[in-house]
Design a protein. Structure first.
Length: 748
């Protein structure tokens, strides 16, 4: 036929038929232009934060390659350990993929081109998938909804890996469907049709290369789709088993080098598992799901009157009110007309919706409580502790898990190995979105009367998914005056700090931290990404749990052990003002200056105050005192009271050498002795026969050490006031108490 006909009606003009074929992509281009129209691909970014993390890693990677250095070990972050980019949450294989674009026009251009590619990939895949189930209008709407829905648009803040992974999901289904069709049609030998499992495994592996989250997200999609096809009896049990095992085998074989390197690098830096409270925090709230995007240009205020929780990733899991209602109608249509064909969607959509809610049922990002469930939660917690004692603590579940409404995610986290590592459960919403928007498209497809209503519904759905235009910030970000000053100062590491709560500090670990190293030229004690080395995690935890850090004796020596010479106090609120006042009174710090932010858009829109860490009073005492010590003196320090504790940080898995030079507080008729413990294990014991000094070198083996913080405890036989006028209960004076790594090749 030379002219396309519609429902047997009059011939459709050729030029209009051509326009019709390209109409989906024209609509896609309009949506993309609307959202990206403010951007200069090479000179601007949508925001800072996580994007700076990726652009910094890419710039480091390129610079290292040009200089012949190791591109996957960034020494300027997480100092002095360094940032092993094999643990990078965005996937270190993204860096070589983006490298040509970086060399062509810079880091911003590489990022923007990468993001735009994922939108094309997403729309193309969803358009083909929806086109197998419905007509062009419905398929176009479904593809636009999936490509531009809230959680995907949110990922433009720097999560290129999740934009890519979610864009691959429709293609993963298409590849799986192709295999199931070819394998079922094979008449004699099915060996050739097994080849079609390779694309399934390759696409799944490609998503894993961007993020290990897709081990679970891709696995759920593949398993759920196959289960739906099996329940509809469209495939045999044998075919289902071959499809699941074969695709997983291909994906794991292809991904094994990545998984192995990630595991080795994470183990080497002592990366910790996510806390269950943090995992629960990242689950979506029930009242966030059926809403328009919380940042929708016109409907956002409506959404935030219903959902009043955190409007970050877990709050951006918004499918849309019209979309959800339309999907429910589509569910009823599919159930009546051809439920066998739609069974994979019936299986996957509710499962993904429940999983995206996380560990406990939440409303406004707060766990709902029901005291009747206390015993149920206690039983779940005990199962978790039995199987995963490092994740589920001993004893009864802490709040809010004690009386919260538990969800299947909590049971899976308790019983399935590594399941809790998928920290942001809201991202299972990517799978739910496939089903919801396909079902919404089916409703459009079946609406015929009254005339024009399907076009009105399509228009309403597209209006609801219109993304907010992305803001524009300049790239590279303008430098802060504090960094300009710092660039001319002597060498030394920088610790970026802010007050997350009154009277306590945290170490800043985000994109701005690492990008600043390119501006001031000093290595940062902090870093970025979600995988922190154990020493960094220890310092952050210590600071966050100790109030008034600069009023005590521990904070400065502890920071000094990381090589920190400069403390940058980011003045983001009034909380830092009080901490700065305390820091100015600390004799081990010198206040330099507070610097104002640059004008206009900036990654640091607040003052930054700089303090310099002074050299120690006694370099022979390089541990951080916790309890039971006098103030530092030129000769050394007294241990005070019945127990004295210090902390030191092991930066690597290797033996450490403790050098001790000490003398007792001699009391006639008493024999002084001292027991030294490392992490509650006896290391050494010494008894003074007289008042002579004791000198010793003690080697602490790796089996006694923790990567990160370690506690040394000194327990004397007695502690007494030495003379009239000095009421301190002194036990032992230390002229030297020094910890250092055992020299390599010492043979010990």
């Amino acid at each position: 036929m030379s002219n396309r006909q519609i429902n047997g009606s009059t011939p459709f003009p050729r030029h209009l038929a051509t326009i019709g074929r390209f109409a989906p992509w024209l609509l896609f281009a309009v949506f993309l232009w609307w959202g990206w129209r403010e951007q200069n691909l090479a000179r601007s970014l949508p925001t800072y934060g996580d994007i700076l993390e990726l652009t910094w890693a890419l710039s480091w990677y390129d610079d290292a390659l040009r200089q012949g250095a190791n591109p996957l070990l960034a020494s300027m972050a997480f100092y002095p350990v360094g940032w092993n980019l094999k643990t990078y949450a965005t996937g270190f294989l993204f860096l070589p993929a983006l490298l040509p674009w970086h060399r062509l026009a810079g880091a911003a251009f590489a990022y923007n081109v990468g993001v735009l590619f994922t939108f094309v990939l997403s729309f193309g895949g969803m358009l083909v998938l929806a086109g197998r189930l419905m007509g062009r209008l419905a398929a176009t709407v479904g593809a636009l909804l999936f490509t531009f829905w809230a959680l995907r648009w949110f990922q433009t803040i720097g999560h290129l890996n999740f934009l890519f992974g979610s864009a691959c999901l429709p293609w993963l289904i298409l590849a799986l469907e192709r295999f199931l069709q070819r394998f079922s049609e094979a008449s004699q030998s099915s060996l050739r049709s097994l080849f079609w499992l390779v694309p399934v495994g390759l696409i799944w592996a490609a998503t894993m290369a961007g993020s290990l989250y897709f081990i679970w997200i891709g696995g759920l999609l593949v398993a759920g789709w196959i289960a739906g096809r099996r329940l509809s009896k469209e495939i045999s049990r044998q075919t289902a088993s071959i499809a699941l095992v074969g695709s997983a085998t291909v994906a794991l074989l292809v991904s094994m080098p990545i998984l192995w390197e990630y595991w080795r690098a994470s183990t080497a830096v002592g990366a910790s598992t996510p806390d269950l409270g943090e995992v629960n925090f990242w689950g979506a709230s029930l009242n966030s799901l059926p809403l328009p995007y919380v940042f929708h240009p016109w409907l956002g205020s409506f959404a935030t009157t219903i959902y009043r929780g955190i409007t970050y990733e877990q709050g951006a899991t918004n499918f849309g009110l019209i979309a959800v209602i339309t999907a429910i109608a589509g569910w009823r249509v599919a159930w009546r007309e051809g439920r066998r064909r739609w069974l994979p969607i019936f299986v996957l959509t509710p499962v993904a919706l429940v999983l995206c809610l996380g560990l406990t049922l939440k409303w406004d990002n707060v766990s709902l409580q029901w005291d009747v469930l206390r015993s149920v939660n206690a039983a779940l917690w005990q199962i978790g502790h039995l199987l995963k004692p490092d994740v589920f603590s001993a004893g009864p579940p802490p709040a809010p898990f004690d009386t919260a409404i538990p969800l299947p995610g909590l049971l899976l986290s308790a019983t399935v190995p590594l399941f809790e590592r998928a920290r942001v459960f809201a991202r299972y919403g990517f799978i739910a979105a496939l089903g919801i928007f396909l079902l919404a498209g089916l409703t459009i497809e079946r609406l015929r009367r009254p005339r024009g209503v399907r076009w009105l519904l399509a228009t309403a759905l597209l209006f609801e998914v219109i993304p907010p235009p992305l803001p524009r910030v300049p790239f590279p970000p303008p430098s802060h005056e504090a960094f300009t000053w710092l660039k001319s100062q002597p060498a030394g590491a920088v610790a970026d700090l802010l007050a997350a709560h009154p009277d306590t500090l945290v170490l800043i670990n985000r994109g701005e931290t690492v990008w600043a190293t390119r501006l001031h030229g000093k290595p940062a004690v902090g870093g970025a990404s979600s995988v922190w080395p154990a020493p960094t995690a220890f310092l952050n935890e210590w600071l966050a749990t100790h109030e008034h850090p600069f009023a005590g004796l521990t904070a400065v020596p502890l920071l000094r052990s990381y090589g920190a010479r400069y403390l940058l106090l980011h003045m983001t609120s009034d909380w830092e003002v009080a901490i700065l006042a305390e820091a100015k009174q600390n004799r081990e710090l010198r206040f330099a200056q507070c610097f104002e932010p640059p004008p206009g858009p900036t990654a640091w829109p607040y003052p930054i105050c700089v303090l310099e860490v002074l050299p120690p009073t006694n370099p022979a005492f390089n541990l951080a005192p916790l309890d039971g010590w006098s103030a530092q003196e030129d000769w050394g320090v007294w241990a005070v009271g019945p127990e004295s504790k210090v902390v030191f940080v092991a930066m690597a898995r290797r033996p450490y050498r403790l050098t001790v030079e000490a003398f007792p507080n001699c009391v006639p008729g008493k024999t002084q002795a001292m027991v030294i413990e490392i992490n509650a294990t006896r290391l050494a014991e010494y008894t003074w026969k007289n008042c002579d000094p004791w000198a010793a070198t003690l080697v602490i083996s790796t089996d006694l050490l923790r990567l990160g913080g370690n506690e040394l405890t000194f327990r004397p036989a007695y502690a007494l006031a030495p003379a009239a006028g000095d009421t301190r209960p002194l036990s032992v004076g230390f002229s030297r108490l020094q910890i250092e790594p055992e020299p390599t090749g010492s043979g010990r």
